[in-house]
Design a protein around this ligand. Structure first.
Ligand SMILES: Nc1ncnc2c1ncn2[C@@H]1O[C@H](COP(=O)(O)OP(=O)(O)OP(=O)(O)O)[C@@H](O)[C@H]1O
Length: 257
């Protein structure tokens, strides 16, 4: 089967530090895939390798069968990063126009439809400098999806969205995947990952700590109740939590008496 996105033994070194060691996985058409991990575990580094923004130190990435080093692969990718600075002097529409020109495509119709669905239509004619955090996220989402990519890569997509916008985003992801696209989401939101993702990869210090469907992982880690429990166990944070709880009891208990 042809994967929409395939990573084979990818890793990244920053100097002598191995930020990501050796990851191999593939995203099937229609799959929503979560990339989870504590702060500094290598999620952003992995996303940047998969989207061609960062060259891996080793291994291979293919998008829709095309090597990521071939710029042709980029047209299959839509990426909404967590922290991309937006040009504050442009209106939303001007920013979208900029991307139409960059891609040599005219996706105005899709952009307008998405703007409508996300409740951003009025704001698109206003300067981005007036946008709230959530409005900026919505604009980034339109840019990521309007050219009909095969792979949608989203870094913390639900952060800063109100409940209505979050529900629209979930619907968008479902429709995108049902049409045969693959979605890769990096997130700290365990509940969303458990509910929305077909499979998740949990990173710990740049290595794969677990890979599978939330349900299969709960079972394989000893019938744990939630994906968050699996996450804490796979990344050894449960031991740390127990130790911290003891320290807090010792510290606060001692001052309270
Ligand atoms: N440009 C860089 N130079 C050196 N080290 C880096 C660089 N970028 C990231 N790192 C290190 O690589 C490791 C992985 O970082 P990365 O940003 O990929 O983690 P993350 O899982 O996305 O973290 P977070 O959840 O905090 O966003 C960290 O130890 C980080 O300090």
């Amino acid at each position: 089967m042809r994967y929409v996105c395939r990573a084979e033994g990818i890793g990244k070194d920053y100097g002598t530090f191995q930020a990501v060691r050796e990851l191999s996985f593939g995203l099937s058409p229609g799959e929503i895939f979560g990339l989870l991990g504590p702060n500094g575990s290598g999620k952003s580094t992995t996303l940047h390798m998969l989207t061609g923004l960062l060259a891996p130190s080793r291994g291979l990435v293919e998008i829709h069968g095309v090597d990521i080093r071939d710029k042709e692969s980029r047209r299959w990718i839509g990426f909404a990063p967590d922290d991309l600075p937006l040009p504050m002097s442009l209106t939303g529409w001007e920013y979208l126009q900029f991307h139409h020109r960059l891609r040599r495509r005219d996706d105005q119709y899709t952009a307008a439809e998405l703007g409508d669905v996300l409740g951003l239509t009025k704001a698109l004619s206003r300067s981005i400098s007036d946008y709230s955090h959530g409005m900026k996220r919505k604009l980034q989402l339109i840019v990521a999806v309007m050219h009909s990519p095969k792979l949608l890569v989203l870094d913390e997509p639900f952060r800063g969205l109100d409940p209505e916008a979050a529900a629209v985003l979930r619907e968008l992801l479902t429709v995108f995947a049902a049409a045969g696209g693959s979605v890769l989401i990096a997130t700290h939101d365990m509940l969303r990952a458990e509910q929305d993702c077909d499979r998740v990869l949990i990173l710990h210090q740049g290595e794969q700590a677990a890979l599978g469907s939330p349900r299969s992982l709960r079972e394989s880690f000893g019938d744990l109740a939630t994906l968050e429990d699996v996450f804490l166990h796979a990344t050894h944070l449960d031991q740390l939590q127990a130790q911290r709880r003891k320290q807090l009891h010792a510290a606060l208990g001692a001052t309270n008496h």
